[in-house]
Design a protein around this ligand. Structure first.
Ligand code: KIV
Length: 283
């Protein structure tokens, strides 16, 4: 009988460090039918909160381009953008497995380029794994990274780095042929050594089939409940944006609450009620 995922505590301070989620826990969780949780994080402040809440894997996604850097796509994101973000996330977590996206242009040229990028990211950030978009076309990169001791998470379905080729954010794997190609890519990614596979915007039935044929866990985003786990972009989950994609449930409206707090602060500064005696020092 395999061990359960390491326990998490709700507190982030004072208590002894929880055990780290490791790659072997992922397949073990799948074998037991225990769902895995993944969430994006781009800095230490939010990573500490998400880790304390018990998220199993934190993804320093190249969605940092859209969510934090104001780009329209993930394409402009560089390795130099990813490294400080990943450092902050890795330093702030005690339990979560930290996965970092290899950004567009940092691995496609071949296994050597992927290896150089993966080594740099792990060496300079303290993260534990990397994520690569693509199927058969990046199997050699996944193999090279894995052989060098760097765990890889795959990513199939809608792969945002290829959005120009795919015609924007669209459901992938619809129709028998497309579903077959996606399944073959999933098998290639797993056989190359990936430890988990993100499935983005894939029909429920196709994701369920891929989940059934793989021993590594599938982590869905817009891919239905039968995946072995789920991932969301935290700004969608928390309602930080005006608009969220259909598959991204808004579990809170933190953006509205934050806007109200900032407006209250500005009003109190303007009318002289802040800072009051409680927030000032006497001589
Ligand atoms: O960059 C990212 O946030 C991602 C998720 C959408 C899985 O790749």
């Amino acid at each position: 009988m395999s061990a359960h995922l390491p326990a998490h505590t709700s507190s982030t301070g004072g208590s002894p460090a929880p055990r780290r989620v490791r790659v072997h826990h992922l397949a073990e969780a799948k074998a037991r039918g225990e769902k895995l949780t993944m969430l994006t994080a781009y800095d230490a402040v939010t990573a500490r909160i998400f880790d304390g809440a018990g998220i199993d894997m934190l993804l320093v996604g190249d969605s940092i381009g859209n969510t934090m850097h104001g780009h329209a796509t993930t394409l402009p994101v560089t390795v130099d953008d990813m490294i400080p973000a990943a450092r902050g996330v890795a330093r702030a977590t005690r339990r979560a497995l930290v996965v970092v996206d290899l950004p567009f242009g940092s691995y496609e040229a071949g296994p050597e380029q992927a290896l150089a990028t993966g080594v740099r990211i792990l060496k300079e950030t303290g993260a534990h794994a990397v994520k690569i978009e693509g199927g058969k076309r990046v199997a050699a990169q996944i193999r090279a990274l894995t052989d060098a001791g760097i765990p890889v998470v795959g990513h199939l379905g809608f792969t945002p780095q290829s959005e120009n080729l795919l015609g924007g954010p669209r459901v992938q794997g619809r129709g028998d042929d497309a579903a077959e190609v996606l399944s073959e890519d999933a098998v290639a990614v797993a056989e190359a050594g990936a430890v988990a596979l993100v499935l983005e915007m894939v029909p429920v039935e196709v994701a369920a089939r891929v989940t059934e044929i793989l021993r590594i866990p599938t982590i869905g985003i817009g891919a239905g409940v039968q995946c072995d786990g789920q991932v969301l972009v935290w700004t969608d989950l928390a309602g930080m944006t005006e608009w969220s994609p259909r598959f991204a449930k808004r579990f809170a409206e933190i953006g509205t609450a934050l806007g109200q707090a900032v407006a209250d602060y500005a009003a109190e500064v303007r009318d002289g009620s802040f800072p009051d005696d409680d927030h000032s020092f006497a001589q």
